[in-house]
Design a protein. Structure first.
Length: 193
């Protein structure tokens, strides 16, 4: 089955041209979404990925409608191929995993994306090593921020008072249980079982 995926970034944009092209390409079902491509959580995309079966072809208008980066595209195509399905872009002729040539071109792109990730990783490691030699340490500062220390004092006081449950304390100060216990350990409060 041919399954279409159409996306625009804002509510004010229209999906009509994409939907028309996908229907013309023979898509039997079209998933439509009005959400920014940088959003990691795209409900309709996930629904589509969950429903595809072996032999299906995902048809998109353009690559940028599906993926936010080359790495994201590579990951999505891996998911699609894992289910025995293919991907075809109507306006990016090089992306058509239904053909041997299309798979070759896509794999070249995937290799370039992996090479780029490896280069970034090497540069990051070199930068961290260089900073370490100069006595600089990366990462978050040790300890708690001023605001977190204030919440930790409040949490310790409420916990010692024993008037509220752990869940109520978390709700009152706006933290998760894990963070509450971190605060209590920081304040050296004995935690009862």
């Amino acid at each position: 089955m041919k399954i279409g995926y159409a996306r625009v970034s804002t509510q004010s944009q229209s999906l009509n041209s994409q939907i028309d092209a996908l229907k013309e390409a023979g898509c039997e079902r079209i998933f439509k979404e009005k959400v920014s491509g940088v959003k990691a959580e795209r409900v309709e995309l996930n629904r589509m990925l969950d429903m595809i079966r072996e032999g299906d072809t995902i048809v998109i208008y353009k690559l940028d409608r599906l993926a936010r980066s080359m790495r994201h595209l590579v990951d999505l195509v891996a998911q699609i191929e894992e289910k025995g399905a293919n991907l075809k872009s109507l306006n990016d002729a090089m992306v058509d995993t239904t053909t041997a040539q299309g798979k070759l071109v896509f794999n070249i792109f995937a290799s370039i994306a992996e090479f780029e990730r490896n280069l970034i990783s090497e540069r990051t490691k070199a930068g961290l090593a260089s900073a370490k030699k100069r006595g600089r340490v990366g990462g978050r500062p040790k300890g708690l921020s001023k605001e977190a220390k204030s919440k930790a004092r409040m949490a310790a006081s409420l916990y010692k008072n024993k008037d509220l449950s752990v869940s109520q304390i978390c709700e009152d100060i706006g933290v998760s249980k894990a963070t509450l216990y971190k605060y209590l350990r920081f304040m050296e409060v004995e935690i009862g079982v």
